[in-house]
Design a binder for this molecule. Structure first.
Ligand SMILES: Cc1ncc(COP(=O)(O)O)c(C=O)c1O
Length: 362
């Protein structure tokens, strides 16, 4: 099976030796500390290292602004616990990251989709919906979004921040993919927009740049909301694994994470290019797809009348898989949309997978 379905990082690119050395070092030098309970906010050295990374990317951050989370998925759970009561309105991009939709639904939120185009949220639509609904928060993945790979341009980021200030909702800016850029210029975070500074929570993660098995993420939030998240985290898991935090801090001290990320980027760029080059031969005539500047996903739309869920059976029968796009939608789902992840196979395997897809669709 060649799977374009999962959203997993490529395991052969994990720095197993570097991470093993970090754990060895931590256990040898400070084993008792590493195996003990710790503070809810997170290890100070790790928070300092994360704050420095954010500051280097033009978002001045104090370590105290950060809460270390058990993956950024936990940050979503904590924010939902802190902010969302049953019946509250949560605005989301349409389509949207599935597990965020699940977290909001689990809390009893009324999820309201905001229409998008190839560049993400449409500011005029957001404005119109925010004027009508008393929203608690907007959840957005502005860079290399899951599932679409889209990136929200700077002017729209400013418009989103201004809408939040005008209408009084929080922005949850989830950015697990931003460092995986293969071309084009970095777009500053919404959290760095003056209008959004006091109402934006930025979520980050080591999952896509180091290893998801570490389960290490963070949130950067204004003090009141951060305190509420700390209390929610105390009730949830007391703190994120001490030994994993210390090992990550040690890894960041002893290695240049940017060098590692550059290696990942080089490999993923080739894989993205192999996928983009092969799509016209694989998808039925009349299909469309985007060209993401980074991240892990291509979003494609089969010609009208095609049902991606039905066709998946044929694809699996030919030894290739993708994810139908409809479940990512909280609005009017497009049955012809598909999400293709390009990170877990080599360019040759991707080409073979696309040949199989062509046969399945034929
Ligand atoms: C948009 C988005 N947010 C959050 C997550 C969860 O990541 P983590 O491993 O940091 O919990 C994912 C994982 O794929 C994701 O795509």
């Amino acid at each position: 099976m060649i799977s374009f379905a999962g959203g997993l990082p490529a395991p052969e690119l994990f720095d197993v030796d570097g991470i093993r050395a970090a754990y060895d070092g931590v256990l040898a030098d400070s084993g008792r500390k590493a195996l003990q309970y710790s503070t809810t906010e997170g290890d100070p050295e790790l928070r300092t290292a994360i704050a420095e990374r954010l500051a280097l990317r033009e978002l001045p951050t104090d370590p105290a602004d950060l809460l270390v989370t058990t993956g950024s998925q936990q940050a979503l759970t904590l924010l939902t616990a802190a902010l969302v009561s049953p019946g509250d309105v949560v605005l989301v991009e349409d389509p949207c990251y599935l597990a965020a939709l699940q977290a909001f639904a689990f809390a009893g939120a009324r999820v309201v989709p905001v229409p998008t185009d190839d560049q993400g949220i449409l500011p005029a639509a957001l404005e119109e919906i925010a004027a009508r609904e008393k929203a608690t928060l907007l959840y957005v993945v502005p860079t290399f979004q899951n599932p679409t790979g889209r990136t929200l341009p700077a002017d729209r980021r400013a418009a989103v921040a201004e809408a939040a200030a005008r209408h009084g909702f929080w922005i949850v800016e989830d950015d697990p993919y931003g460092e995986l850029r293969y071309e084009g210029e970095r777009v500053p975070w919404i959290a760095a927009e003056p209008a959004g500074a006091d109402r934006t929570v930025l979520l980050g993660s080591f999952s896509k740049i180091l290893a998801p098995g570490l389960r290490l993420g963070w949130l950067r939030a204004p003090v009141g909301l951060r305190r509420a998240c700390v209390i929610a985290k105390q009730a949830s898991d007391l703190h994120t694994s001490t030994v994993d935090q210390l090992a990550a801090a040690r890894y960041l001290r002893d290695n240049d994470l940017d060098v590692h990320v550059a290696r990942i980027r080089a490999a993923y760029r080739e894989r993205r290019d192999a996928m983009l080059a092969g799509l016209s031969g694989a998808l039925p005539e009349g299909s469309g797809w985007n060209r993401p500047e980074g991240g892990m996903f291509v979003w494609a739309t089969l010609p009208a009348g095609h049902d991606a869920t039905t066709l998946l059976k044929a694809a699996v029968g030919h030894g290739v898989a993708y994810v139908p796009g409809a479940p990512f939608s909280s609005g009017e789902p497009d049955p012809a949309a598909i999400r293709l992840a390009f990170t877990t196979h080599s360019p040759d395997e991707i080409r073979e997978g696309l040949r199989r897809l062509a046969k399945a669709f034929a």
